[in-house]
Design a protein. Structure first.
Length: 324
């Protein structure tokens, strides 16, 4: 199966973390986020990948070209960041070349529980849908920055990207709203609607608008609810995702750096080769030190990520933080 991953965004909501690298290149326990997404999709049946990148993101392009999945990855280039529909359209010719009648569409900043994608694929096929959307209940506040969905008898009737409060559908007075995170299984017919999508008031061509055109044409769109996901939007998300992967390898102690014998390492930890640690430090549990990170003498670092170029001061106590 073909998977298309959208990775051309910069990730400005991550602030200083993405000042020198894109969201797709944020490190997650030794791997860029983009490769964590590729691993997830491959585990659920994806065999071929198209990654949409911005042509100036040289770090991302180089990483994909040298990765173990390089022979299965093709690149599409979104010249200007004009929204999700524009990003998918930049990959349309490569999608058509693949000859598969369906494809996965994912963003580079979301990870889902094992089995969800397989269920989404099965749902589309068994109900003969033109599109199957991942659906998630969210608060009304969260819905304002999401795509909200109106659904009846198992089929999506409407989908609105970043709605106003008046546009949020009610669900029998439920305090939560049904939203559509950016993970879909799509028939190739969706490609025919992309050129028809106009720029929104935010000057972006929104992918939900392509789905609205499909629905208006009689297309069948359904969904599969997921209870949880990990998303990389804020600084604390990067910490949570790193801690998740460190916890999933219980007892992990990978210390590639040369560290003083007086350093106390409490697993799970991952310390990359060019990280520097001073004497008498305590590192761990659930700590990732990226290449180029520094922890000075007598510091204590727990449940934290220290990024390249960042430094923990001597005698400093760090807990539940991203140091950049």
């Amino acid at each position: 199966m073909l998977a298309v991953i959208l990775a051309a965004g910069q990730g400005t909501r991550l602030g200083i973390l993405t000042a020198r690298r894109s969201k797709a290149m944020m490190p997650v326990a030794g791997k860029p986020m983009i490769l964590r997404v590729v691993d997830m999709l491959a585990a659920e049946g994806a065999e071929r990948f198209i990654v949409v990148v911005h042509p100036t993101d040289r770090d991302l392009i180089d990483k994909l070209e040298e990765s173990s999945q390089a022979d299965r990855v093709r690149l599409a280039y979104q010249e200007q960041r004009l929204g999700m529909a524009d990003a998918v359209e930049s990959a349309a010719s490569l999608i058509r070349e693949d000859n598969d009648r369906e494809f996965l569409l994912a963003s580079c900043d979301n990870l889902y529980p094992k089995g969800h994608i397989e269920r989404l694929i099965t749902h589309r096929r068994s109900h003969r849908l033109d599109a199957a959307l991942t659906l998630k209940w969210a608060s009304k506040e969260e819905a304002l920055s999401s795509a909200v969905v109106a659904i009846r008898d198992g089929l999506v009737q409407d989908i609105i990207e970043k709605p106003s409060s008046e546009q949020i559908p009610s669900h029998r007075e439920a305090p939560k709203v049904l939203t559509a995170p950016s993970l879909y299984v799509l028939s190739r017919c969706i490609l025919d609607y992309l050129p028809k999508v106009k720029a929104s008031s935010r000057r972006e061509r929104e992918f939900p608008d392509a789905l609205r055109l499909l629905i208006a044409d009689g297309g069948k769109v359904g969904g599969e609810v997921v209870e949880e996901r990990m998303t990389l939007t804020r600084r604390e998300d990067l910490l949570a995702i790193n801690r998740h992967f460190l916890q999933s390898t219980s007892g992990l102690t990978v210390v590639d750096a040369d560290i003083p014998s007086s350093v106390n390492v409490v697993p799970p930890v991952l310390i990359e080769a060019s990280a520097k640690i001073g004497p008498r430090c305590e590192i761990g549990p659930e700590v990732y030190l990226e290449d180029g990170a520094t922890v000075r003498q007598d510091a204590v670092v727990r449940r934290a990520v220290v990024l390249r170029g960042a430094s923990v001061a001597a005698n400093q106590f760090v807990d539940k933080s991203v140091i950049a």
